[in-house]
Design a protein around this ligand. Sequence first.
Ligand SMILES: *Cc1c(COP(=O)(O)O)cnc(C)c1O
Length: 411
Amino acid sequence: MATINDNYLKLKAGYLFPEIARRVNAFAEANPDAKIIKLGIGDVTEPLPESCRKAMVKAVEDMGDRSLFKGYGPEQGYAWLREKIATYDFQSRGCAIDASEIFISDGSKCDTGNILDIFGNNNKIAVTDPVYPVYVDTNVMAGHTGPTNEQGEYEGLVYLPINAENNFTAELPTEKVDLIYLCFPNNPTGATATKDYLKKWVDYAKANGSIIFFDAAYEAFITDPNLPHSIYEIEGAKDCAIEFRSFSKNAGFTGTRCALTVVPKTLMAKASDGSDVEVWKLWNRRQSTKFNGVSYIVQRGAEAVYSEEGQAQVKELVSFYLENATIIREKLTAAGLSVYGGVNAPYVWVKTPNGLSSWDFFDKLLQVVNVVGTPGSGFGAAGEGYFRISAFNSRENVEEAMQRITENLKL
Ligand SMILES: *Cc1c(COP(=O)(O)O)cnc(C)c1O
C-alpha cells in the first residue's frame, strides 16, 4: 500500500477562510436581502494596467509568428525582464543586485514554500505571530515541526509575537535561530520596517550565520521616502538574505502570475560536512529541475510595468488602494476604534473593541452592518483581539462599508 507524507496530517484543517465562508453563507441564507460587503480577502479588485495588457496582447501575436515564436524559455526567466528588475527595483535604490541573481517565478507564495527544498531539516525556524500562514504550513509539510498545542502553535517553530506594544515589529529572538521569515510592509498587520530595524536583523543574521527570508510583496505601497523597499538597502544583507517580490499586488497580477526571488551569489550556508555552499547554485539547480519558467506572454506583461507608461499606471493603482486604506483608517478611528497599519500598506489592523475576541467582532460586523473582515486570530495566536480590513476593493464598497460602521455599529 502506498503511504503518504504524514506531515500533512499535522496541518490544521484550512480553518480560516472556510470558516469565514461558512459564517457568511449562513448569514446570507437567513438574511437574503442583506447586501454583504467583503473586505476580507487579500486579493486585488482593479483591472490590469493597460500597458501590461497591451504588452501581453502583442506577446500573443509574437507567439503566432514563426520568427518570434518562443518555446521553453530560460528557467530563471528572460534576461530582458531580469535586467529591468535589477535596474529599476534594486540598482536605482543603491542595491548592488545583478540580473543573474534574480529568478522569475509564477508567484511568491510558491517561492516562499519552495525555498525550503534547498535548506536542511534541522534548522531552527522563526516566524512572527501573527503571520502569513504559508510560511508556517510549508514548514509543517516539510516535516520541520511537531504537532500543534492548544493555542494552535506548532512544536519546534519559534514564534515572535508582534503587537501594539512592539509596534508590530518582532524583537530579536532570545534563542539562536537559523531561518527567519520577515514580511514588510506586513500582511496581516500593515506594519512597516525602518532601516534601523532591519539593520538589527541583518546584524543578528550575520552574527549567527542565519538567513532572512524577506517577503517584500507589498513594497510598492511604501510612500514614505525614509522606509526601505528592499532588505538589500541594508549593508551586509547580501550575505544573509533572500528577497521575495511579486507583481501580484502592485500590478494586479494575482490572476496573471509573475513574481521574483533574489538570491545573492554571496549568500552561503553550511553543508552537513561543515563546508560553505553557495545558496544561489542550489536554487538555480532546483529551479532548473523542477520549474520550466513563466510564460513568455506573462513575462512581457511584467516587463511593461517598467515602461514609463507602466510605472505611471502601477503608481495610480497603488495610490487608489492606499486612498481606500486612508478612508478605512479615518472612518474606523472616527467610529472609536484603534487602528494600525494602512499607511504604506493595503491592510488596516484593527484592535477589537471592549475586549471582544476576533471571531466575536467578526460576527458583530457581519450581523450588524453586513461587513466581512478577517479575524486576526486566524493569522496566529497573538492575532487574537485584532481584525484585518483589506483596502483591496472598489471605492464604492469601501465608502459604503465605512458609512455603515460609523452610523450603525454601536461599540
Ligand atoms: C499576496 C502575497 C504574496 C504574493 O503571492 P503571489 O503568489 O506572488 O501572488 C506574497 N506574500 C504575501 C505575504 C502576500 O500577502
